[in-house]
Design a protein around this ligand. Structure first.
Ligand code: NDP
Length: 249
């Protein structure tokens, strides 16, 4: 449970990658400014987080189950937080989807929107009433550089992040008068399982339905240049966590 003076931070998608590192970084804050509620959809995946949290586990870091695609899970999770009081919500959970639109079913596309767009909307709707009542709070949303710029064969992922950008820009204006901050993070490439899976998907990707010029552009121009950018400028989850800590309210 949080001490008075500690900010309660709830983070989604803490089983791996960026979410895990943000949770650990905040929980290990030298001044113990945060009580972190690290959430994940399957608590059986908690070992990596618990190990990285070390002594902070059970003190400044506790765990709750949360699937952002489920209304019930979101409600239950927030109800399990003392007084439903969350100072900082970090919407990090996200999924990718790569490939030509011709080869992806509408059902698969909807799943991406369920997580990357509606998952964030569900969380914001659930925490907003308490933040408004207290006239204080900070909501952080993990977008992507692909929330600002379209990328070949990432059409659906890009669209889900664009949708979220639009939603958040509109919400930010409405939340401002309640003294609630809403921030977007738009990382370029970050070394995580997400990125590893994306590269594996690219390696075995087939391009049914896509035209030869687009496939050639993707394989011969886009991919090599992204790998160069990645090698030169790729961030680590710890870079993201550190920068975020410096900008929390
Ligand atoms: P990871 O795949 O390592 O982590 C994604 C996390 O989201 C996992 O904990 C995963 O849980 C969780 N998650 C997925 N679906 C749900 C759900 N329905 N409910 C709750 N949790 C869920 O990827 P990253 O750490 O790289 O990605 C984190 C965020 O950063 C994403 O929003 C991504 O779009 C964004 N991002 C990543 C970049 C990169 O290059 N890595 C670049 C720009 C943005 P589970 O283990 O259960 O699958």
């Amino acid at each position: 449970m949080a001490n008075s003076g500690q900010k309660v931070v709830l983070i989604t998608g803490c089983s791996s990658g960026i979410g895990l590192r943000i949770a650990v970084t905040l929980a290990k804050d030298e001044k113990k400014r945060y009580h972190v509620i690290a959430t994940m959809r399957d608590l059986k995946k908690k070992d990596k987080l618990v190990e990285a949290a070390g002594d902070a586990y059970g003190k400044t870091l506790t765990l709750l189950p949360l699937d952002v695609c489920s209304d019930e899970s979101v409600k239950q999770c927030i109800n399990n937080v003392k007084d439903r009081h969350i100072d900082i919500l970090i919407n990090n959970a996200g999924v990718g989807l790569l490939g030509p639109v011709e080869s992806i079913s509408i059902e698969e596309m909807k799943k991406v929107f369920e997580t990357n767009f509606f998952g964030v909307v569900r969380m914001i709707k659930e925490v907003m009433p308490d933040m408004k009542k207290r006239r204080s709070g900070h909501i952080v949303v993990m977008s992507s550089v692909m929330g600002l710029q379209g990328v070949v064969f990432n059409d659906v992922y890009t669209a889900s992040k664009f949708a979220m950008e639009g939603f958040c820009e509109s919400m930010a204006v409405q939340l401002m008068k309640f003294n609630i901050r809403l921030s977007m993070i738009e990382p370029g490439p970050v070394h995580t399982e997400f990125e590893t899976k994306m590269m594996e998907d690219v390696a075995k990707m087939e391009y049914p339905g896509a035209d030869a010029d687009t496939v050639r552009y993707f394989k011969d121009v886009y991919l090599p240049s992204s790998i160069d950018i990645f090698e030169a400028m790729g961030q680590t989850p710890d870079d993201i966590a550190k920068n975020l800590t410096n900008s929390l309210y």
